[in-house]
Ligand binder design. Structure first.
Ligand SMILES: NC(=O)c1ccc[n+]([C@@H]2O[C@H](COP(=O)([O-])OP(=O)(O)OC[C@H]3O[C@@H](n4cnc5c(N)ncnc54)[C@H](OP(=O)(O)O)[C@@H]3O)[C@@H](O)[C@H]2O)c1
Length: 323
Protein backbone atom coordinates (compact mmCIF):
# COMPACT_ATOMS: atom_id res chain seq x y z
CA UNK A 1 0.00 0.00 0.00
CA UNK A 2 1.00 3.64 -0.36
CA UNK A 3 1.64 5.52 2.87
CA UNK A 4 3.06 8.90 3.85
CA UNK A 5 5.84 8.20 6.37
CA UNK A 6 7.46 10.63 8.79
CA UNK A 7 11.05 9.49 9.44
CA UNK A 8 12.33 12.63 11.19
CA UNK A 9 10.74 15.91 12.34
CA UNK A 10 10.67 18.78 9.87
CA UNK A 11 8.62 20.93 7.54
CA UNK A 12 5.79 19.64 5.35
CA UNK A 13 8.34 18.04 3.00
CA UNK A 14 9.46 15.75 5.85
CA UNK A 15 6.75 13.30 4.74
CA UNK A 16 7.83 10.70 2.15
CA UNK A 17 5.42 8.64 0.05
CA UNK A 18 6.47 4.99 0.45
CA UNK A 19 5.29 1.44 -0.32
CA UNK A 20 4.54 -0.45 2.92
CA UNK A 21 3.02 -3.91 3.46
CA UNK A 22 -0.75 -3.84 4.09
CA UNK A 23 -1.07 -4.52 7.86
CA UNK A 24 -1.97 -8.15 8.65
CA UNK A 25 -5.42 -8.76 10.25
CA UNK A 26 -5.44 -9.42 13.98
CA UNK A 27 -8.20 -10.54 16.40
CA UNK A 28 -9.74 -7.57 18.19
CA UNK A 29 -8.42 -5.17 15.55
CA UNK A 30 -10.07 -3.85 12.39
CA UNK A 31 -8.31 -3.33 9.06
CA UNK A 32 -9.87 -0.36 7.27
CA UNK A 33 -9.54 0.55 3.63
CA UNK A 34 -9.25 4.31 4.01
CA UNK A 35 -11.43 6.56 1.86
CA UNK A 36 -10.66 9.92 3.53
CA UNK A 37 -9.01 11.35 6.61
CA UNK A 38 -9.12 14.70 8.41
CA UNK A 39 -5.93 16.62 9.13
CA UNK A 40 -5.27 17.61 12.73
CA UNK A 41 -3.02 20.04 14.57
CA UNK A 42 -1.82 17.07 16.60
CA UNK A 43 -0.13 15.76 13.42
CA UNK A 44 1.42 19.18 12.87
CA UNK A 45 2.88 19.08 16.40
CA UNK A 46 4.23 15.56 15.78
CA UNK A 47 5.67 16.61 12.43
CA UNK A 48 7.61 19.53 13.92
CA UNK A 49 8.97 17.34 16.74
CA UNK A 50 6.69 18.51 19.56
CA UNK A 51 5.28 15.04 20.41
CA UNK A 52 8.17 13.34 22.25
CA UNK A 53 6.10 10.19 22.96
CA UNK A 54 5.71 9.42 19.24
CA UNK A 55 8.52 7.20 17.95
CA UNK A 56 9.58 7.69 14.34
CA UNK A 57 9.35 6.42 11.65
CA UNK A 58 5.58 6.55 11.88
CA UNK A 59 2.58 6.87 9.57
CA UNK A 60 0.71 9.77 11.20
CA UNK A 61 -3.04 10.38 11.13
CA UNK A 62 -5.31 10.09 14.18
CA UNK A 63 -8.61 9.55 12.34
CA UNK A 64 -10.14 8.23 9.13
CA UNK A 65 -13.32 7.10 7.42
CA UNK A 66 -13.52 4.11 5.12
CA UNK A 67 -14.77 0.54 4.83
CA UNK A 68 -13.98 -2.55 6.87
CA UNK A 69 -11.50 -4.71 4.98
CA UNK A 70 -10.93 -7.39 7.66
CA UNK A 71 -12.20 -7.73 11.23
CA UNK A 72 -11.54 -11.25 12.52
CA UNK A 73 -13.69 -12.26 15.49
CA UNK A 74 -15.60 -8.97 15.57
CA UNK A 75 -19.19 -7.84 14.96
CA UNK A 76 -18.12 -5.77 11.93
CA UNK A 77 -18.48 -7.08 8.38
CA UNK A 78 -16.42 -6.64 5.25
CA UNK A 79 -17.40 -3.48 3.33
CA UNK A 80 -19.20 -1.81 6.25
CA UNK A 81 -18.80 2.02 6.47
CA UNK A 82 -16.86 3.10 9.53
CA UNK A 83 -14.96 5.94 11.16
CA UNK A 84 -11.94 5.39 13.41
CA UNK A 85 -10.10 7.74 15.71
CA UNK A 86 -7.49 8.07 18.43
CA UNK A 87 -6.51 5.46 21.06
CA UNK A 88 -2.90 5.53 19.83
CA UNK A 89 -3.72 5.72 16.11
CA UNK A 90 -0.95 7.54 14.23
CA UNK A 91 1.00 7.89 17.46
CA UNK A 92 1.65 4.52 19.15
CA UNK A 93 0.94 2.58 15.92
CA UNK A 94 0.63 3.53 12.26
CA UNK A 95 -2.36 5.73 11.46
CA UNK A 96 -4.40 7.04 8.57
CA UNK A 97 -1.96 8.76 6.16
CA UNK A 98 -2.14 5.54 4.10
CA UNK A 99 -4.39 3.36 1.96
CA UNK A 100 -5.06 0.95 4.86
CA UNK A 101 -4.81 1.10 8.63
CA UNK A 102 -5.22 -1.45 11.43
CA UNK A 103 -6.90 -0.14 14.60
CA UNK A 104 -8.45 -1.59 17.78
CA UNK A 105 -12.19 -2.37 17.52
CA UNK A 106 -12.74 0.07 20.42
CA UNK A 107 -11.65 2.96 18.15
CA UNK A 108 -14.11 2.08 15.37
CA UNK A 109 -17.57 3.62 14.86
CA UNK A 110 -19.98 2.00 12.36
CA UNK A 111 -21.83 4.69 10.40
CA UNK A 112 -24.90 4.74 8.17
CA UNK A 113 -24.73 7.68 5.82
CA UNK A 114 -24.74 8.73 2.18
CA UNK A 115 -22.47 11.73 2.79
CA UNK A 116 -19.53 11.84 0.37
CA UNK A 117 -16.26 10.49 1.77
CA UNK A 118 -14.81 13.98 1.56
CA UNK A 119 -17.55 15.45 3.78
CA UNK A 120 -17.64 12.49 6.15
CA UNK A 121 -13.84 12.58 6.55
CA UNK A 122 -14.06 15.99 8.22
CA UNK A 123 -16.30 14.81 11.02
CA UNK A 124 -15.15 12.13 13.52
CA UNK A 125 -12.37 13.82 15.50
CA UNK A 126 -13.88 17.27 15.08
CA UNK A 127 -17.30 16.21 16.42
CA UNK A 128 -15.74 14.23 19.26
CA UNK A 129 -13.70 17.27 20.33
CA UNK A 130 -16.55 19.78 20.07
CA UNK A 131 -19.04 17.49 21.78
CA UNK A 132 -16.57 16.75 24.61
CA UNK A 133 -15.64 20.41 25.03
CA UNK A 134 -19.24 21.62 25.12
CA UNK A 135 -20.66 18.95 27.41
CA UNK A 136 -17.81 17.48 29.48
CA UNK A 137 -15.45 20.46 29.55
CA UNK A 138 -17.83 23.43 29.64
CA UNK A 139 -21.23 22.02 30.67
CA UNK A 140 -22.79 24.79 28.58
CA UNK A 141 -26.56 25.30 28.65
CA UNK A 142 -29.05 26.75 26.18
CA UNK A 143 -29.35 30.56 26.50
CA UNK A 144 -25.81 31.00 27.85
CA UNK A 145 -23.08 33.03 26.15
CA UNK A 146 -19.99 31.16 25.02
CA UNK A 147 -16.81 32.92 23.91
CA UNK A 148 -14.75 30.78 21.52
CA UNK A 149 -11.13 31.88 21.50
CA UNK A 150 -9.46 30.70 18.27
CA UNK A 151 -12.84 30.81 16.57
CA UNK A 152 -11.69 30.40 12.95
CA UNK A 153 -10.02 27.05 13.65
CA UNK A 154 -11.87 23.95 12.50
CA UNK A 155 -12.71 23.14 16.12
CA UNK A 156 -13.82 26.74 16.69
CA UNK A 157 -16.13 26.75 13.66
CA UNK A 158 -17.63 23.36 14.42
CA UNK A 159 -18.19 24.24 18.08
CA UNK A 160 -19.91 27.42 16.92
CA UNK A 161 -22.32 25.35 14.83
CA UNK A 162 -23.02 22.78 17.56
CA UNK A 163 -23.46 25.46 20.23
CA UNK A 164 -25.83 27.51 18.06
CA UNK A 165 -27.88 24.39 17.40
CA UNK A 166 -28.24 24.04 21.21
CA UNK A 167 -29.49 27.62 21.57
CA UNK A 168 -26.20 28.99 22.92
CA UNK A 169 -25.18 32.57 22.00
CA UNK A 170 -21.68 32.46 20.57
CA UNK A 171 -19.03 35.17 20.59
CA UNK A 172 -15.94 34.36 18.59
CA UNK A 173 -12.43 35.63 17.83
CA UNK A 174 -9.79 35.90 15.15
CA UNK A 175 -6.51 37.75 14.93
CA UNK A 176 -7.52 38.87 11.46
CA UNK A 177 -10.11 41.50 10.46
CA UNK A 178 -10.43 39.67 7.12
CA UNK A 179 -12.05 36.66 8.85
CA UNK A 180 -14.70 38.59 10.83
CA UNK A 181 -17.43 38.30 8.18
CA UNK A 182 -16.85 34.55 7.88
CA UNK A 183 -17.53 34.17 11.61
CA UNK A 184 -20.64 36.38 11.47
CA UNK A 185 -21.91 34.39 8.47
CA UNK A 186 -21.32 31.19 10.43
CA UNK A 187 -23.61 32.46 13.20
CA UNK A 188 -21.39 34.29 15.69
CA UNK A 189 -23.29 37.05 17.50
CA UNK A 190 -20.11 39.12 18.03
CA UNK A 191 -16.54 38.87 16.81
CA UNK A 192 -13.49 40.22 18.64
CA UNK A 193 -10.07 40.82 17.11
CA UNK A 194 -7.82 38.91 19.49
CA UNK A 195 -4.36 40.28 20.13
CA UNK A 196 -4.02 38.44 23.43
CA UNK A 197 -6.06 40.76 25.71
CA UNK A 198 -9.85 40.52 25.52
CA UNK A 199 -10.91 41.24 29.09
CA UNK A 200 -11.82 44.89 28.54
CA UNK A 201 -13.62 44.38 25.22
CA UNK A 202 -15.62 41.46 26.63
CA UNK A 203 -16.51 43.28 29.86
CA UNK A 204 -17.72 46.28 27.84
CA UNK A 205 -20.35 43.99 26.27
CA UNK A 206 -20.93 41.74 29.29
CA UNK A 207 -19.96 43.67 32.46
CA UNK A 208 -20.46 40.62 34.69
CA UNK A 209 -18.48 38.34 32.34
CA UNK A 210 -19.57 35.67 29.86
CA UNK A 211 -20.86 32.27 30.98
CA UNK A 212 -18.27 30.07 29.27
CA UNK A 213 -14.98 30.39 27.36
CA UNK A 214 -13.61 27.71 25.06
CA UNK A 215 -9.85 28.33 25.08
CA UNK A 216 -8.25 27.10 21.86
CA UNK A 217 -5.21 29.44 21.83
CA UNK A 218 -3.75 27.90 24.97
CA UNK A 219 -1.58 28.95 27.89
CA UNK A 220 -0.64 32.27 26.27
CA UNK A 221 -4.20 33.66 26.63
CA UNK A 222 -5.54 31.56 29.51
CA UNK A 223 -5.04 34.11 32.29
CA UNK A 224 -6.90 36.71 30.23
CA UNK A 225 -9.71 34.22 29.46
CA UNK A 226 -10.18 33.60 33.18
CA UNK A 227 -10.83 37.36 33.52
CA UNK A 228 -13.61 37.22 30.90
CA UNK A 229 -15.88 34.81 32.81
CA UNK A 230 -18.55 35.45 35.45
CA UNK A 231 -18.37 33.78 38.87
CA UNK A 232 -19.72 30.25 38.42
CA UNK A 233 -18.68 30.30 34.76
CA UNK A 234 -16.17 27.93 33.18
CA UNK A 235 -13.04 28.26 31.03
CA UNK A 236 -12.20 25.01 29.22
CA UNK A 237 -8.72 24.46 27.76
CA UNK A 238 -9.05 22.38 24.63
CA UNK A 239 -6.41 23.75 22.25
CA UNK A 240 -2.89 25.11 22.05
CA UNK A 241 -2.94 27.08 18.79
CA UNK A 242 -0.51 29.60 20.26
CA UNK A 243 2.03 26.79 20.78
CA UNK A 244 2.54 27.54 24.51
CA UNK A 245 1.75 24.41 26.56
CA UNK A 246 2.91 25.54 29.99
CA UNK A 247 1.60 28.45 32.03
CA UNK A 248 4.56 30.09 33.79
CA UNK A 249 4.19 32.01 37.06
CA UNK A 250 0.67 30.72 37.64
CA UNK A 251 -0.70 31.74 41.04
CA UNK A 252 -4.13 30.10 41.26
CA UNK A 253 -5.50 32.43 43.95
CA UNK A 254 -4.44 35.49 41.98
CA UNK A 255 -5.17 34.33 38.45
CA UNK A 256 -8.44 32.41 38.93
CA UNK A 257 -11.11 34.93 39.99
CA UNK A 258 -13.32 33.83 42.88
CA UNK A 259 -15.92 31.32 41.78
CA UNK A 260 -14.57 30.90 38.23
CA UNK A 261 -13.90 27.30 37.21
CA UNK A 262 -10.96 26.10 35.12
CA UNK A 263 -11.48 22.90 33.17
CA UNK A 264 -9.94 21.06 30.21
CA UNK A 265 -10.85 18.63 27.49
CA UNK A 266 -8.04 16.50 26.13
CA UNK A 267 -10.16 14.14 24.03
CA UNK A 268 -10.72 10.44 23.67
CA UNK A 269 -12.80 8.32 21.32
CA UNK A 270 -14.71 6.81 24.27
CA UNK A 271 -16.06 10.29 25.12
CA UNK A 272 -18.46 10.13 22.19
CA UNK A 273 -20.67 7.07 21.83
CA UNK A 274 -21.46 5.58 18.42
CA UNK A 275 -25.07 6.76 18.75
CA UNK A 276 -24.05 10.37 19.37
CA UNK A 277 -21.62 10.39 16.43
CA UNK A 278 -24.30 8.83 14.20
CA UNK A 279 -26.84 11.43 15.38
CA UNK A 280 -24.53 14.32 14.43
CA UNK A 281 -23.70 12.72 11.06
CA UNK A 282 -27.42 12.31 10.31
CA UNK A 283 -28.14 15.94 11.30
CA UNK A 284 -25.38 17.11 8.95
CA UNK A 285 -26.65 14.87 6.15
CA UNK A 286 -30.19 16.26 6.52
CA UNK A 287 -28.89 19.86 6.51
CA UNK A 288 -30.22 20.51 10.04
CA UNK A 289 -26.63 21.07 11.24
CA UNK A 290 -24.27 23.02 8.99
CA UNK A 291 -20.56 23.10 9.73
CA UNK A 292 -18.15 25.05 7.57
CA UNK A 293 -15.27 22.84 6.46
CA UNK A 294 -12.03 23.66 4.66
CA UNK A 295 -10.16 22.41 1.63
CA UNK A 296 -10.42 18.90 0.22
CA UNK A 297 -7.05 17.51 -0.89
CA UNK A 298 -6.05 14.45 -2.91
CA UNK A 299 -3.78 11.85 -1.32
CA UNK A 300 -0.74 12.91 -3.35
CA UNK A 301 -1.20 16.53 -2.13
CA UNK A 302 -0.48 15.80 1.55
CA UNK A 303 2.63 17.99 1.62
CA UNK A 304 0.69 20.92 0.12
CA UNK A 305 -2.09 20.35 2.68
CA UNK A 306 0.43 20.57 5.55
CA UNK A 307 1.81 23.77 3.99
CA UNK A 308 -1.72 25.20 4.12
CA UNK A 309 -1.99 24.21 7.81
CA UNK A 310 1.35 25.91 8.56
CA UNK A 311 0.11 29.08 6.85
CA UNK A 312 -3.35 29.02 8.56
CA UNK A 313 -5.01 28.93 5.15
CA UNK A 314 -7.50 26.22 6.12
CA UNK A 315 -10.76 28.12 7.07
CA UNK A 316 -12.20 24.93 8.53
CA UNK A 317 -11.38 21.24 8.72
CA UNK A 318 -9.07 20.03 5.95
CA UNK A 319 -9.62 16.57 4.52
CA UNK A 320 -7.51 14.28 2.34
CA UNK A 321 -9.48 11.86 0.17
CA UNK A 322 -8.40 8.61 -1.39
CA UNK A 323 -11.70 7.62 -2.99
N1 LIG B 1 -8.40 18.52 23.09
C1 LIG B 1 -8.69 17.81 22.02
O1 LIG B 1 -9.24 16.73 22.07
C2 LIG B 1 -8.36 18.40 20.68
C3 LIG B 1 -8.75 17.74 19.49
C4 LIG B 1 -8.50 18.37 18.27
C5 LIG B 1 -7.83 19.59 18.25
N2 LIG B 1 -7.43 20.16 19.41
C6 LIG B 1 -6.73 21.43 19.42
O2 LIG B 1 -7.65 22.45 19.05
C7 LIG B 1 -6.93 23.51 18.43
C8 LIG B 1 -7.59 23.82 17.11
O3 LIG B 1 -7.29 22.78 16.19
P1 LIG B 1 -7.76 22.89 14.68
O4 LIG B 1 -7.29 21.69 13.98
O5 LIG B 1 -9.19 23.22 14.67
O6 LIG B 1 -6.89 24.16 14.20
P2 LIG B 1 -6.86 24.86 12.78
O7 LIG B 1 -8.13 24.70 12.06
O8 LIG B 1 -5.63 24.44 12.07
O9 LIG B 1 -6.70 26.38 13.27
C9 LIG B 1 -6.34 27.38 12.39
C10 LIG B 1 -6.56 28.74 13.07
O10 LIG B 1 -5.76 28.86 14.24
C11 LIG B 1 -5.47 30.22 14.48
N3 LIG B 1 -4.07 30.31 14.90
C12 LIG B 1 -3.02 29.70 14.32
N4 LIG B 1 -1.87 30.02 14.97
C13 LIG B 1 -2.23 30.82 15.98
C14 LIG B 1 -1.50 31.50 17.00
N5 LIG B 1 -0.16 31.39 17.11
N6 LIG B 1 -2.18 32.27 17.87
C15 LIG B 1 -3.51 32.39 17.76
N7 LIG B 1 -4.25 31.78 16.79
C16 LIG B 1 -3.61 31.01 15.93
C17 LIG B 1 -5.72 30.97 13.16
O11 LIG B 1 -6.79 31.85 13.40
P3 LIG B 1 -6.77 33.39 13.03
O12 LIG B 1 -5.74 33.58 11.95
O13 LIG B 1 -8.16 33.64 12.56
O14 LIG B 1 -6.46 34.11 14.30
C18 LIG B 1 -6.14 29.88 12.19
O15 LIG B 1 -7.24 30.25 11.39
C19 LIG B 1 -5.48 23.02 18.29
O16 LIG B 1 -4.70 23.57 19.33
C20 LIG B 1 -5.59 21.53 18.43
O17 LIG B 1 -4.40 20.95 18.91
C21 LIG B 1 -7.69 19.60 20.61
Amino acid sequence: MKAWVLRAPGGPQAFTLEELPIPAPRPGWVRIQIKAFGLNRSEYFTRIGDSPSVELPRVLGIECVGVVDAAPGSDLVHGQKVAAMMNGMGRQFNGSYAEYTLVPRTSVFPLETQLSWGRLGALPEMLQTCNGSLHLGLGVESGETLLIRGGTSSIGLATLALARAMGVRVWSTSRSQAKVQMLLDAGAERVFIDQGQLREAVRERAPGGVDRVLELIGASTLKDSLQCVRPGGVVCMTGILGGQWVLPDFEPMMHIPSGVRLSSYSGGSSDIGPDTLQRYVSLIESGALQIQTGTLWDFDQLIEAHRAMDANRSKGKMVVRLA
